[in-house]
Design a protein around this ligand. Structure first.
Ligand SMILES: [Zn+2]
Length: 1022
């Protein structure tokens, strides 16, 4: 008997267009992931093959999670279909066994869903043999990993999800509640993942994951590249235990379904949700005796709006009261609290729950639920009347055509607002409980309006699509395709927001810089996509289905009629507006500014290396003296430098050619050079070759004056932060000053290099390399320099650079600061300008100054103490401190590092300044980072290695060691133990990315790799 159910149902399922559509989408995704670097699933990074067994298995495993939402439609649908079609009573009246019925249907759903995964596997196989795929990234083909993946992940996971869904469907008899169940399950799974990071019992963590992915992750975590490429983990231990446990759970759920499933009318049983109403109480007690007087309905211009308001209220309240909404809200809040209590942690120490962090956490772990909510309720709202079979009645009411669509759009906006308000409330409560920060309601308002803009656009788009498609499932699919478009375009480096539907540039809020200059571009994009959505809504208005006519021919005729008047005019205007705004945006992003897709930037780096690496190491005169007048205009984000280099030929041979690197898209003018000829001027890559008429003899010197103008006009596509800000500018000489020699920023990723025919990344020169030993590690254009500079900025800001303040004055509403260094220093200096508060301390009379944002005074004294202790320790154990002052300067959080320049240490707003160290047992990383940067005044600024392998040991490892010594002295062994536990855990995680050349032998080799990587990063930064 069950076979009959199975056969019938499978035939039905396989004929469903949705099954094939979604299979195709998933297969396409798999194909994309396997054939391009754009989509990365399953850790195929570095030298791990794209089709490494581990990657394939992980991919299939991850897909079982992603596919959960779509699987729901088929699994739960198979049980609920009869109820929804209203034929359940008939079927249950036949003499069939409920076991056969359930089992047949379940098996059919399972097989249908398996076909999705078969297509996914085919997509991967096909993807890896595409001609454009780098053959070096592909290993030999083998069917085993696919079979392994199906046996260990796909089938057991589908069984589990399916059993869970069928149980839900059979007991609730509602698709809505099944979806809620799925979402709750999904969120609980992710939340458990977050919390399991803090659980030390590995068995518990591994067994807690119903999908088995964490077990797989634990086992393969320390696989070397070679192992990942060739082997699969044994089916034992963690994986076996996990799979056995959850398969047993799946069987138990199926058994439970069999017990609980009642093949009878849902209404004849008890109500599971809501209050029980008895027939008696539902009836009015005693109908009043009143004579019937027909009333003439009053319809005027305000009626439509009153109707609209009534519908809007009815629809919005309906959503607010609906179980899925409440569940998603609760789940979102739970997820937010999880995210907020982990957010911004370093070494396990939390940060103060400042409002900008709350807003960020809201957008990361709360409001993403809105994608689901708007997609889901757009369909629900549009088809509400038809689903409850009252559409014919409501459509017959004297309501203008536009009213329902407007009401439903506004209701959806209300839903978004309500959801966001819930999140903000939760965030404020979180802040109150944690304490230590002021409430900033206005910032919340601004931030949440901004955070919901994307969802508003998406929601209205979904509404319009639902109306146009006129079928709920096709509508849902259209929205899914839209989301896929956004993802796929982004990863394929088609990242211009002009064609990334509903895309808005990032806006990073910084306490120091606020929303900065980023809002302008954001608003224009909002207007652009807003007009697009409005046009679609007007079109939807034209195609709105009223009554029974659903044929496209009829709808088209109606649309032409409806769009003739005011609506048509509005459509034309909004389309024109859309085009005009697009033009204006294009003018700003691609003409006033340069737009480079992600991979084009790398192409440029590659061509710089290809064309100019030949000049590397050629003798160049060295800079011995730098003087510069630097004018920073924060409000216009403009920078004018008037600089001077003294160049000395320190080589034994004459130099007749200068190779000058300038920053592309800045105006750099070189002056006062002796007679010369410009033989090459590459404005795009920023490289010039100057042939001197008279060669520069050994020991001789020349002057080079230059002016650099940096201007920022309009807005850019990505809204990426840069170094000139309204409040909090920070840049160093390598970013704007001209440089001599070959100063290429070479690509480091070996796959990106191979793609561009560049070969292996160049490593640092060997110890024996005499030529390399003639240079220090930072660069080759200078050794020590003498440094003097005058910086000006707006009247309300302070401007800073290395050296000591000689003089400060005001002129023409601007402030000037003259700094001079009293001894030779590294050719590496920074400029900063901001509105700071200054706190002063001292160490044996030597001034210590912290320049910080007035909102971030939490750890300023701690920084002064750390500086003092560092000076104590280093000057006692190493050499005296070479400067007469220490300055620590806060800069906006667009980057999160601290960096040591001569007597000047810029320190990001994101680290340290807002660390919450109210609990004594927390690791004091503010102390650590400060001591580390102070140590660089010795390691790097006093002792620096030649430009050969191992040089970074002298800089980074010794700075680290020194900082640890100061910290141990201050805090004792126990604190250090905690510090190391956190530090090691953080590092091992990212191990395989750079450890591609070795297989792990022991912790120490790994640690070595980690520190070299850290050092490499440091070098790049400098
Ligand atoms: Zn360092």
């Amino acid at each position: 008997m069950w076979l009959e159910f199975f056969r019938f149902d499978l035939r039905y399922q396989l004929r469903q267009p949705l099954l094939w559509l979604s299979s195709m989408i998933f297969a396409l995704m798999a194909f994309g992931a396997a054939s391009s670097d754009a989509v990365v699933v399953g850790g195929a990074v570095g030298n791990v093959y794209r089709n490494a067994p581990m990657v394939i298995v992980q991919f299939l495993g991850v897909f079982t999670v992603i596919a959960m939402f779509i699987v729901t439609i088929f699994m739960a649908g198979s049980v609920l279909r009869d109820t929804e079609l209203g034929i359940a009573d008939m079927i249950f009246a036949t003499p069939m066994k409920k076991r056969d019925y359930l089992f047949g249907r379940f098996a059919a759903g399972l097989v249908a869903c398996l076909s999705i995964f078969v297509l996914v596997a085919l997509g991967i196989m096909l993807g890896t043999v595409m001609p454009w795929v780098d053959v070096a990234r592909i290993g030999p083909f083998s069917i085993t990993p696919y079979l392994w993946g199906f046996a260990v992940f796909v089938i057991p996971n589908l069984l589990l999800i399916g059993a869970f869904l069928v149980l839900l469907a059979a007991t609730t008899r509602s698709m809505l509640l099944v979806y809620v169940g799925v979402i709750v399950f999904f969120v609980l799974w992710s939340v458990a993942g977050v919390f399991s990071r803090d659980i030390s019992n590995e068995w518990l963590v591994v067994l807690m994951d119903p999908f088995g992915l964490r077990a797989f992750g634990r086992i393969t975590r320390y696989f070397s590249t070679a192992e990942a490429n060739s082997a699969l983990p044994a089916f034992s231990g963690f994986i076996l235990a996990n799979r056995a446990l959850w398969s047993a759970v799946a069987l138990a759920l199926l058994g439970l379904t069999l017990v609980l499933f009642k093949p009878q009318r849902p209404d004849s049983g008890k109500r599971r949700w809501g209050r029980k109403t008895t027939l008696a109480s539902a009836l009015p007690a005693a109908p009043a005796q009143r004579s019937y007087r027909p009333r003439q309905p009053q319809i005027d211009s305000a009626t439509a709006w009153r109707q609209c308001w009534t519908m809007l209220r009815f629809d919005a309240i309906g959503v607010f009261r609906s179980v899925p909404f409440l569940v998603m809200l609760l789940v979102g809040v739970a997820n937010f609290i999880g995210g907020a209590s982990m957010g911004g942690q370093m070494y396990g120490t939390q940060i103060y729950p400042v409002t900008r962090m709350m807003l960020e956490t809201l957008s990361g772990s709360f409001s993403f639920m809105l994608v689901l909510i708007v997609t889901f309720y757009a369909g629900e709202l549009i088809f509400k009347e038809r689903q409850f079979k009252v559409a014919e009645v409501t459509d017959a009411l004297p309501v203008p055509n536009w009213v329902p669509l407007v009401a439903k759009s506004l209701a959806l906006l209300g839903v978004i607002a309500g959801f966001m308000a819930g999140g903000v409330l939760a965030a404020m409560c979180f802040q109150l409980v944690k304490g230590g920060v002021p409430l900033q309601p206005l910032l919340y308002l601004q931030g949440s309006l901004q955070g919901s803009a994307f969802f508003v656009l998406m929601g209205l788009l979904a509404l319009a699509l639902q109306v146009l498609c006129n079928n709920k499932f096709v509508g849902y699919l259209a929205v899914i395709l839209l989301l896929a478009w956004q993802v796929v375009f982004g990863v394929l480096h088609f990242d211009h927001t002009l064609y990334n539907i509903a895309g808005l540039p990032r806006v990073a809020y910084s306490d120091m810089n606020g929303f900065g200059h980023f809002l302008t571009g954001w608003y224009w994009y909002l207007l652009y996509w807003g007009l697009f959505v409005l046009s679609l809504l007007l079109l939807a208005h034209g195609f709105w289905v009223r009554g029974l006519s659903q044929e496209w021919r009829v709808r088209g005729r109606l649309a032409r009629q409806r769009l003739r008047g005011l609506a048509g005019g509005a459509l034309a205007v909004s389309l024109c507006g859309f085009a005009a705004t697009g033009g204006w945006i294009f003018y700003n992003t691609n003409i006033l500014n340069e737009y480079l897709a992600g991979d084009e930037q790398m192409d440029r780096q590659a061509s710089f290396e290809k064309q100019y690496r030949q000049y590397k190491g050629l003798p160049q005169p060295r800079v011995t003296e730098v003087r510069a007048n630097v004018d920073i205009f924060p409000a216009e984000r403009r920078l004018v430098i008037d600089g001077h280099y003294r160049l000395v030929n320190k080589h034994s041979a004459a130099v007749d050619t200068l190779y000058v690197n300038v920053v592309p898209r800045t105006k750099t003018v070189l002056r006062s050079l002796p007679a010369h000829q410009v033989t090459l001027d590459d404005a795009v890559l920023g490289f010039r070759i100057l042939k001197l008429s008279q060669a520069l003899q050994p020991g001789a010197a020349i002057d080079m004056d230059f002016s650099v103008t940096v201007e920022n006009q309009g807005f850019t596509n990505d809204g990426k932060p840069d170094s000139l800000n309204l409040n909090g500018s920070f840049f160093n000489n390598m970013q704007v000053f001209p440089a001599l020699g070959y100063a290429g920023n070479e690509l480091l990723d070996r796959n990106e290099r191979r793609k561009r025919g560049l070969g292996e990344p160049k490593r640092m020169p060997k110890l024996e390399d005499e030529a390399a030993r003639a240079n220090h590690q930072l660069d080759s254009e200078a050794d020590w320099i003498s440094f003097e500079t005058t910086v000006s900025t707006s009247a309300d800001q302070i401007a800073l650079a290395p050296g000591y303040l000689q003089k400060t004055w005001e002129k023409d509403g601007r402030r000037y600061f003259h700094y001079k260094m009293d001894r030779p220093m590294l050719p590496f200096f920074a400029y900063l300008s901001a509105r700071w508060q200054v706190r002063k301390g001292d160490w044996n009379g030597l001034p210590i100054e912290i320049y910080f944002d007035p909102q971030h005074s939490y750890n300023v004294d701690r920084m002064i103490t750390a500086t003092r202790k560092s000076l104590d320790y280093f000057s006692a154990n190493f050499t005296p401190y070479q400067h007469q002052q220490v300055r620590i300067l806060e800069f906006p959080r667009y980057a999160s590092f601290a960096q040591s320049f001569a007597n000047t240490i810029p320190y990001s707003e994101a680290i340290g300044f807002i660390a919450d160290l109210r609990k004594a047992e927390d690791v004091d990383y503010v102390f650590y980072v400060t001591a580390h940067e102070m140590a660089h005044q010795w390691w790097a600024h006093q002792v620096i290695g030649a430009n050969v392998q191992g040089a970074t040991m002298l800089v980074e490892s010794l700075a680290q060691y020194s900082a640890l010594m100061v910290m141990e002295k201050e805090y004792g062994r126990e604190h250090m133990r905690r510090f190391f536990a956190r530090a090691v855990a953080n590092r091992l995680k990212s191990y395989r990315c750079f450890g591609s050349r070795t297989s792990p032998i022991s912790i120490t080799t790994r640690a070595l790799w980690c520190s070299t990587a850290c050092v490499r990063r440091w070098v790049r930064r400098h």
